[in-house]
Design a protein around this ligand. Structure first.
Ligand code: SAH
Length: 221
């Protein structure tokens, strides 16, 4: 697990971040370990300077290439769902984006394998991991709809982009006892879904309505 190196990172006031965590509590996030990581992860590092002052509002914000950094509530909720059955060793993330969700995960699980289809976003995220001393993240420029078969099976998989249907490859790469958290649906209506693999059975639960960017195929260099 990574411990962030925050030396020299201009942190916004403790009050602003405490307020965000209070709001996450009010919205039903219960895991103290997730809340603590949300409190100490500098979200402003994952935004362009022009938007950094809005980093501790509970909103999704643009990161370029028509993509967004996930809303803090969403990051906290998905992380909590992923961790709900105990500690995780190997987690696959589809959609590195800014690297914010990746960094939250990296502090709570042993290893994160994160796949992104837009190279410039991946490169920026890589710089941020270096700056923060996040060392347990492995990146791949690829279509995450196919997972990362060479590194599987995973005991957790999280997708931060929404497919119309759950890719079979992701289910195949889930280990026994593993958990997949993924938004599913079109641009007008999506559901956050949790799938648990138990004795080769898939137990699916609908968690809540969601609003993610679509999972797209094809790479951008
Ligand atoms: N967790 C990110 C969210 C970024 S938005 C963050 O907190 O910043 C979702 C990301 O998924 C985008 O960066 C988008 O480019 C990426 N994405 C969409 N389809 C993909 C695919 N098929 N494979 C890999 N990444 C994909």
């Amino acid at each position: 697990m990574s411990k962030l190196n925050l030396a020299g990172i201009g942190m916004t006031s403790q009050r602003t971040r405490d307020r965000l965590v209070q709001r996450l509590c009010d919205q039903g996030i219960e895991s103290t370990e997730v809340l603590e990581v949300m409190r100490t992860t500098p979200r402003h590092i994952f935004l362009d300077e022009a938007l950094a002052h809005r980093a501790y509002e509970d909103d999704a914000l643009p990161i370029g290439f028509q993509q967004t950094i996930s809303q803090p509530y969403t990051v906290a909720r998905m992380t909590e769902l992923l961790l709900a059955s105990g500690p995780l060793k190997r987690v696959l993330e589809v959609g590195t984006g800014s690297g914010y969700q990746t960094t939250v995960l990296a502090q709570l699980v042993e290893r994160v394998y994160s796949v992104e289809r837009i190279k410039p976003l991946q490169e920026k995220a890589r710089e941020r991991f270096q700056l923060l001393g996040v060392r347990n993240v492995h990146l791949k420029h690829a279509d995450g709809g196919f997972g990362w078969p060479e590194k599987g099976p995973f005991d957790g998989i999280i997708s931060t982009a929404a497919p119309e249907e759950i890719p079979g490859e992701l289910i195949d790469q889930l280990d026994e006892g593993g958990r997949l958290v993924i938004p599913v649906g079109g641009s007008t209506s999506q559901q956050l879904i949790l799938i648990e693999k138990k004795q080769d059975e898939m137990i699916q639960s609908m968690v809540e309505p969601a609003n993610f960017v679509p999972l797209r195929s094809g790479l951008i260099r």
